[in-house]
Design a binder for this molecule. Structure first.
Ligand code: AP5
Length: 214
């Protein structure tokens, strides 16, 4: 099962990808998580990505395509994967098409989560992430039991550096200009399925699974 999850910042791609990996037994490939790990580790990629991410801009296509190419070659991706946050530009989508053609492993589905802009802003403003295990919370919709502590591992929860109001506005603009047009790209390939990303997290997961026919 090879899936792309599309959707604006805060539409729930990461939340749904984490649940779907358990249900479908395939790994989540989140380019955002990979970049944040590189930033935390202080690698040269991390140093390059940090400033770009804090501006709400996109990391260069060649860097991202290289990361994904390496990741999907790993053995745990043989049975499939969920791409979360990739592709994000026409060049990335074309590079993915070429990569998958060469590997003879076509995509099964592209699921696009649709959420109104005002809800997305509220979700991002309230998002908290665990520094330890990466689990995601929302101060209103899915709060931690103890303030600032992850329910799963007890790690500290924090607000992402790129979740400030101005950066979020820029990320939304970048999404509209560069990523939303990919819906048409995948519609032409007959792969696009739009799924409402509003409502309860579990209901959205069931809708996604139904759409995938599993
Ligand atoms: P990335 O990490 O991919 O960020 P994003 O696409 O902007 O998406 P988010 O992580 O903000 O949101 P999400 O859709 O995953 O929502 P979530 O599940 O967290 O990228 C960050 C940056 O890295 C980019 O700006 C760019 O600089 C760089 N980058 C990454 N990939 C790149 C690429 N391919 N090319 C170039 N640069 C790249 O949910 C949000 C909140 O809502 C959470 O608090 C959650 O608990 C809550 N929530 C979720 N579902 C619901 C629900 N149904 N009801 C109520 N609350 C909900």
């Amino acid at each position: 099962m090879r899936i792309v999850l599309l959707g604006p910042p805060g539409s729930g791609k990461g939340t749904q990808a984490k649940v779907l990996t358990e249900r479908l037994k395939v790994p989540q490939i989140s380019t955002g998580d990979m970049l944040r790990a590189a930033v935390a580790a202080g690698t040269s990629l991390g140093r390059e990505a940090k400033a770009v991410m804090e501006r709400g801009a996109l990391v260069p296509d060649a860097v991202i395509v290289g990361l994904v190419r390496e990741r999907i070659a790993q053995t745990d991706c043989r049975t499939g994967y969920i791409l979360d946050g990739f592709p994000r530009t026409a060049a990335q989508a074309e590079a993915l098409d070429t990569m998958l053609r060469e590997l003879q492993t076509p995509l099964d589905s592209v699921l696009s989560l649709t959420v109104p802009a005002e809800e997305v802003v509220e979700r991002i403003a309230g998002r908290r992430t665990c520094r330890g295990c990466g689990r995601m919370y929302h101060i209103r919709y899915s709060p931690t039991k103890e303030a600032g502590r992850c329910d799963a591992c007890g790690g500290e929860t924090y607000q992402r550096d790129d979740d400030g109001e101005e950066t979020v506005r820029r990320r939304m603009q970048v999404y509209t200009e560069q990523t939303a047009p990919l819906e048409a790209h995948y519609e032409r390939q007959g792969l696009l399925r739009r799924v409402p990303g509003t409502g309860r997290i579990g209901e959205i997961t069931e809708h996604l699974l139904q759409t995938l026919g599993v």
